[in-house]
Design a protein around this ligand. Structure first.
Ligand code: MG
Length: 515
């Protein structure tokens, strides 16, 4: 993810820094943005599971050598998960990507929802050496166990990404606590409502029967018809509750960052891509421009959608149309193919509004001279000339350069959640889920990644648990490339990725053992 200051000089400096592999002075990675003297919520770090010493962390930040870090002890992560990462080519002092992987047990929460306890999670003995890892769900009898992987891509500082990598899974646990009994009883649809009084707990199947009975007795227009309509209700499937829990967890994580930035220096914002494996299903939640794909039998299945100014244009334009004050009288919510010039007032120009996919002509007015809410194409597209990603966590203080216009109202912290039923397929050792930040996807397509992983794993010993980390290393290597005279180069002399790159490779065959 790239955050741009709309300033040509900065862009030139950045380009030079990327080319030279040096560190741009005063880069966006400062953990004391705006001179904040508040303490850090968590210190800058690399993922805990890498087990790096302070010296190793410092060495990993070499923008010229750009060493690829890999998981040394495969058993540190469940399912023999592979992981590799590399720092950027100089756009920020720190690697602003973060990663987390854990196995968590959710205990049933009694009574009504309450504020998060300080220690809601009982960690299992999967870390640091994986011994004692049990693959069966519900192994604690009254709890639910889930597996969790997540990548965060920070911008304008590493604070938000570090905090989210340390806390988002706890918010997921907190949300699932209310659902333990409901999810474990998969033969009964979730109750529509429940409370302390058992009499008020109503099962939707009971209601469905009530609907059919009333429906049979009451023809439309008869006295009983309104009552029938009143009792009609949707059947909510179990997986929708999990999706809702994950969405709420992201929202609560964002609220916590907002609240705690008064006490701590939580700089910048971050994208978040999280995967929860629960009761045989993978829930892939994405808020940002990282991506998840499944490679199964050599075929690629995309499991997430990127959220950028282009993909979310209509949502952003509609918000600006409904609440024009958010534009600070400096931007227009309409989109034009290029900047409108004063001399073009009265002429016709192509434009798009929030309710259009296609283009139409309009007569240019004074109002249209304002800077477009969304401007630029592809990776250069920006919201209010500032940010190139439209979902994520943090960014509560982000403003348009040299103004008092906040960007946050246009950013959503709610992820899109895709579900994959692991139990519908018998997965082989080479069937994997790949999670990576945009540093990988900027230079490699799904097909290139699918082919590279399939070929790599096909040439590895299928019993070597380290093969997934080696495959992740291979992907990072292919995206970073090698340093030549003209900068980082990958195959066919294409430009390598100068961004931070982080990759998880998760073998899916272990998911089949969870049923
Ligand atoms: Mg990135």
């Amino acid at each position: 993810m790239v955050l741009t200051i709309n300033n040509m000089l900065t862009r030139v400096k950045s380009a030079v820094a990327n080319f030279m592999g040096g560190i741009m002075a005063g880069s966006s990675s400062s953990d004391h943005v705006n001179g904040s003297d508040l303490p850090l919520k968590f210190p800058y770090m690399r993922p805990e599971f890498l087990g790096l010493s302070q010296d190793e962390i410092e060495c990993s930040a070499d923008h010229i050598a750009r060493p690829i870090l890999i998981l040394k002890e495969t058993k540190r992560l469940p399912w023999c998960t592979g992981y590799a990462e590399v720092i950027n080519a100089g756009k920020s002092t720190h690697n602003e990507d973060q990663a987390c992987c854990d196995v968590l047990t959710v205990k049933k929460k009694a009574g009504a929802p309450s504020t998060p306890s300080k220690n809601p999670v009982k960690r299992r003995s999967s870390l640091p050496n994986g011994e004692g890892l049990q693959l069966k769900e519900n192994s604690d009898g009254d709890g639910l166990t889930f597996h969790y992987w997540a990548l965060f891509d920070g911008h304008a500082g590493s604070g938000a990404a570090v905090v989210a990598s340390r806390l988002l899974h706890h918010h997921v646990v907190e949300q699932l606590q209310e659902l333990v009994d409901i999810l474990k009883n998969s033969t009964v649809l979730p109750p529509t409502c429940y409370g302390d009084d058992p009499e008020t707990s109503v099962n939707s199947r009971t209601l469905t029967r009530a609907v059919s009975l009333r429906g049979a007795a009451g023809a439309p227009g008869s006295p009983s018809a309104p009552q029938t309509r009143f009792f009609i209700e949707k059947k909510i499937m179990h997986e929708c509750l999990v999706i809702g829990a994950i969405e709420k967890a992201f929202q609560n994580m964002d609220s916590l960052i907002e609240k705690e930035r008064a006490m701590y220096n939580i700089s910048g914002g971050c994208t978040a891509l999280g995967v929860v494996c629960l009761l045989g299903k993978l829930y892939v939640a994405n808020a940002g421009d990282s991506r998840a794909i499944i490679i199964r039998n050599g075929e690629v299945i995309q499991m997430s959608t990127e959220f950028t100014p282009e993909t979310e244009r209509q949502r952003l334009q509609y918000l600006a149309y409904m609440q024009p004050h958010l534009l600070g009288n400096e931007f227009t919510h309409l989109e034009f193919p290029r900047r409108v010039q004063r001399k073009e007032i009265g002429k016709k120009m192509l434009y798009r509004d929030f309710n259009m996919k296609g283009w139409m002509y309009k007569t240019i007015e004074e109002e249209d001279l304002k800077f477009p809410l969304i401007y630029g194409e592809g990776k250069k597209a920006r919201v209010m000339a500032t940010i190139g990603v439209t979902r994520g966590l943090g960014d509560h203080d982000l403003k348009v350069h040299d103004s008092n216009i906040y960007i946050k109202p246009f950013l959503s912290c709610t992820p899109q959640v895709e579900v994959y039923d692991l139990l519908q397929y018998e997965h082989g050792a080479d069937d994997v889920l790949v999670l990576a930040t945009d540093g990988l996807w900027d230079v490699l397509s799904n097909e290139e990644v699918g082919e590279a992983v399939a070929n790599f794993l096909a040439n590895c010993d299928p019993d070597d648990p380290h093969r997934y980390t080696l495959a992740a290393q291979e992907l990072v290597m292919r995206a970073r490339g090698v340093l030549k005279d003209r900068g980082w180069r990958i195959s066919n002399d294409r430009l390598g990725s100068g961004d931070d790159i982080s990759v998880f490779i998760i073998p899916l065959m272990y998911g089949n053992k969870l049923s």
